[in-house]
Design a protein around this ligand. Sequence first.
Ligand code: SF4
Length: 215
Amino acid sequence: MLRVTEIFRSIQGESTHAGRPCAFVRLTGCPMRCVWCDSEYTFTGGEHMSTDDVLAQVRAMDCKLVEVTGGEPLAQREALSLITRLCDADYEVLIETGGYVSTENVDERAKLILDVKCPASGEAERNHWPNLERLRADRDEIKFVIVDHADWTYARDVIARYDLERRAHAILVSPVWGQTDLPALADLVAASGLEKVRMQMQLHKMIWGADVHGV
Ligand code: SF4
């Protein structure tokens, strides 16, 4: 059984897939506690559902793009079989993962959007670095949520140390809603000299607001 916070259809709000129609499966629970987390409502509760029931709800949404997210989706062992069954059913599958749990056993057909936690998150010590060595340049994206200049410096160091310009399909730089100095971050990205970096806003929050769930 899976513990599921919500299943809904919306547009993809982030990554290079932003703006596309997407079905979301948001699993319950996360072992991390990022200080700026916008998904704390996923930490507890949720509904127990079989993989078959989740697949039936996804099928009813008629979207070929499906994101499995959380919380931390990979913290539930059964998530791996859900991902494989979605891939078997020919969905394009995105996994949004916080970077603490190993991605080693994720079905290779799924596309990863892997967070690296920066210092202001309070969870940078828990990054699972071998995940970065498994990135595939034709599909996997890496995301840094940036609060301040110290986070940006940290991200630059990780990008260089793990050769992410070569390893990743895209390097996503996200501000924290309402906390990051946006023009300052845009200036840093513009002057970075990096080819695969892109600053992204969270489209769903711009459309529906920061506190609305299920969109
Ligand atoms: S990993 Fe994601 S869900 Fe978990 S605490 Fe951090 S931001 Fe929240």
